[in-house]
Design a protein around this ligand. Structure first.
Ligand SMILES: [Zn+2]
Ligand SMILES: [Zn+2]
Length: 314
């Protein structure tokens, strides 16, 4: 009896030790590496669909007084920032949160293939899901909270509050979540410019830009007045896409191709590890955001194709 089971026990012991050593190696790859960065929290504000020509590209910045008069001096603005993938809403947001361009269905019927930086961070840190949030003005953006990869699907999901609503309500929700849970990670979508653009309403489109500029300013104030966030939080503002140039198709009403109006977008970064009052012209793109965030937080997402935006750092 002993002689029959012994080889099996040996084999079992070998397999168990293999399993344990693999587990150990995985843990080494999937941990937070301590660094000198001060950033412990990251908030990404995605303002949906304003054109560069009505925002930072307008020489007088008339619609974005807060960014122009106050916030630009606090952080870095990259004037050469692009969506070089699909310029629809879900693909644009996906590139920003996963670091990978994908031609996904724009009606919310398809998850991104790869995990977001929030999902990845939750897996590594084993934090409570209320420490990583996605808050949006569009219900279809719920797909950002999960992915279709078999290794990740339905695990380590961030918290999500995705509803079709106006930005004022979304901003109130985001503010309450920041106060109640103090998440380390938050992605916020505000839809005003895109919503009114699609409604062909030039005046409300412009108002949407001004309103989201005020909300960016309010977010800055929340970080600066909250003792948990102050000095430890990086804020990034960007866009999922722009809109067609004037004279191209229906101009500001729509978007989705590779014209300069659709691809040229805003980038503003502010935080304890970023330069202050710096305007840069290094060509960068949406998929560079994830490697930069994960570098700040001390982990890596190997499937990403983007690059760390080292020019932002002090
Ligand atoms: Zn959009
Ligand atoms: Zn276009």
């Amino acid at each position: 009896m002993i002689s029959k089971t012994f080889p099996y026990l040996l084999a079992l012991g070998f397999l168990l030790s293999m399993g344990m050593s693999c587990e150990k190696e995985l843990d080494l790859d999937n941990k937070i590496t301590p660094s000198n960065f001060k950033t412990k929290n990251v908030i990404v504000l995605i303002i949906d669909g304003p054109r560069f020509t009505e925002t930072w590209g307008d020489p007088n910045n008339v619609l974005i007084p807060n960014l122009h008069n106050r916030l630009a001096a606090k952080g870095v603005i990259n004037q050469e920032f692009y969506n070089l993938g699909n310029t629809h809403t879900i693909p644009g947001h996906t590139a920003i949160v996963t670091g990978i361009y994908e031609d996904l269905d724009n009606n919310g019927r398809q998850y991104p293939s790869y995990p977001s930086f929030l999902q990845h961070w939750l897996k590594i840190t084993r934090n409570n899901p209320n420490k990583a949030w996605i808050v949006t003005s569009k219900e279809k953006l719920e797909v950002l909270s999960n992915c279709s990869s078999i290794d990740w699907r339905n695990s380590y999901l961030p918290s999500i509050d995705a509803k079709d609503r106006f930005d004022k309500s979304t901003f109130v929700a985001a503010k309450q979540i920041l106060e109640n849970f103090h998440p380390n990670l938050m992605v916020i979508n505000l839809k005003g410019p895109d919503w009114w653009g699609h409604h062909r309403n030039w005046e409300l489109y412009k108002q949407g830009i001004s309103q989201t500029d005020s909300m960016l300013n309010a977010l800055y104030d929340i970080i600066e007045t909250d003792t948990i966030y102050k000095g430890k939080t990086t804020l990034i503002m960007t866009n999922d896409h722009g809109r067609h140039l004037d004279g191209l198709r229906d101009g500001f009403v729509n978007h989705g191709d590779k014209c300069l109006g659709c691809t040229h977008i805003n980038f503003f970064g502010y935080g304890p590890d970023f330069k202050m009052g710096k305007l840069i012209n290094t060509q960068r793109e949406q998929i560079d955001i994830v490697p930069t965030i994960t570098h700040l937080l001390g982990f890596q997402m190997n499937q990403c194709n983007g690059h760390i935006m080292t020019e932002l750092f002090k």
